[in-house]
Design a protein around this ligand. Structure first.
Ligand SMILES: *Cc1c(COP(=O)(O)O)cnc(C)c1O
Length: 394
């Protein structure tokens, strides 16, 4: 098996698992309890909070633990809409994760409007379009730090400055970026930032939200006084401890891993281009380990099946959209056309991948691409890049 789908989820780092286990066995105390078993758990939660904060250079009290990145995103959207009844418009991009786009669809039924800023063909935010979208109706601007399908990295420091000058709130879904590229909230005036454990070698079911000090906030979950009254519910101590450890490891290896993954990606793309691949977002700044490639004449669903049969795991778009027949909304949102979207494959490299994985995957990919091109050459399933591009988002 060659696992090249690290943007969908990552295997748990053995060191993270070891750190977590005692908290699933004997150390089962409730952090809110006053006796030593509880106090020990409280201390572990607070240590983890420091570890998460350190990864983005935040203060520990600015970190709120949630159940996942999706919860973090939903919390921020709903909070921003609670703050001012006159500000009920959200500005975002057409290439966000479904954990932003879906809640916005639901909120539209409650009268919340969404304005989409323009995205270039390289996946970059058009700043003029953002500037003209900002108004006194704006409750929040939400722009992802790095795109989960293409790896394209937004210039969040610059966008945050533009939004801040207009007195609006800005959130970034940083689930794919944090732990992979440097994020420093002391130098980036974002008000909120979403994170998730399972994209950085921690088990699934734990996330975090950075809320800048003195930023108004309205909780999603009301209950106990946990998380300073900002999220009710007994803390998932073992997962929180694991998340803290995962952040500590990511921070200590950020530079070396980033260089190693960039080299793997370069090696992969050299081979992919040699068999006719076109790299989507290839000219924009990108995450070190993400590669999104379209192969003309190759339906991505067919390719995924053959790759799976050969033991190569990758994806067509995000995990949430594969399995459905919709072409990637990210490639479509970049204005690259339905054909490029229907033939796009995402390969995401991680901590446990090696050069051997890349070489073996390329060899299999080559045979898969050739096979599909041969068998579909005269059939309607073939996708060609000449298709009329779909309408671009406003
Ligand atoms: C995976 C992902 C999410 C969702 O995180 P979960 O913890 O799985 O809910 C949100 N945004 C991006 C960009 C992601 O890649």
């Amino acid at each position: 098996m060659i696992y090249l789908d690290n943007n969908a989820t990552t295997p748990v780092d053995p060191e993270v698992l070891e750190t977590m286990l005692p908290w699933l066995r004997d150390k089962f105390g409730n952090p809110s309890a006053g006796y030593s078993l509880g106090r020990e758990a409280r201390k572990a939660v607070e240590t983890a909070r420091e570890q998460v904060a350190a990864l983005i250079n935040a203060r520990p009290e600015e970190i709120l633990f949630t159940s996942c990145g999706t919860e973090s995103n939903n919390t921020v959207l709903l909070s921003a809409l609670q703050l001012d009844p006159d500000r009920q418009e959200i500005i975002t991009t057409p290439v966000e994760h479904s954990a932003i786009l879906k809640p916005l669809e639901v909120l539209a039924r409650r009268g919340v409007s969404t304005r989409f800023v323009k995205i270039s063909s390289q996946g970059e935010v058009d700043t003029a379009s953002l500037e003209s979208a900002l108004s006194c109706d704006t409750a929040l601007v939400s722009v992802m730090w790095a795109n989960n399908e293409t790896g394209v990295v937004a210039d969040i420091p610059r966008l945050a400055q533009i939004v801040g000058e207009q007195g609006c709130l800005i959130h970034s879904d940083a689930v794919q970026a944090f732990g992979k590229i440097p994020i420093d909230v002391s130098k980036t005036p974002v008000h909120a930032l979403s994170m998730s454990g399972h994209k950085i070698y921690c088990p699934k079911g734990i996330g975090a939200l950075f809320i800048r000090k003195n930023t108004r906030f309205y909780p999603l979950l009301f209950g106990g006084a946990q998380e300073n009254g900002r999220r009710g519910g007994t803390e998932a101590v073992a997962l929180i401890v694991a998340f803290g450890k995962a952040c500590e490891i990511a921070k200590s290896r950020l530079e070396s891993e980033s260089a190693r993954l960039s080299a793997l990606r370069q090696r992969f793309e050299f081979g992919a281009v040699a068999i006719g691949g076109v790299v989507n977002g290839g000219e924009a700044p990108r995450l070190p380990g993400t590669s999104n490639v379209s192969f003309e004449g190759v339906d991505s669903e067919a390719a995924l099946m053959l790759l799976d049969n050969a033991g190569v795991y990758c994806s067509a778009g995000s995990a949430c959209t594969s399995g459905s027949l919709h072409p990637s909304h990210v490639i479509v949102g970049m204005g690259l056309g339905g054909a490029r979207a229907r033939s796009a494959l995402r390969f995401s490299f991680g901590r446990f991948n090696t050069e051997n994985d890349v070489d073996a995957a390329l060899e299999i990919l080559k045979s898969v691409v050739e096979r599909i091109r041969k068998t579909t050459a005269n059939r309607s399933k073939a996708v060609f890049f000449g298709d009329k591009p779909p309408l671009r988002a406003e």
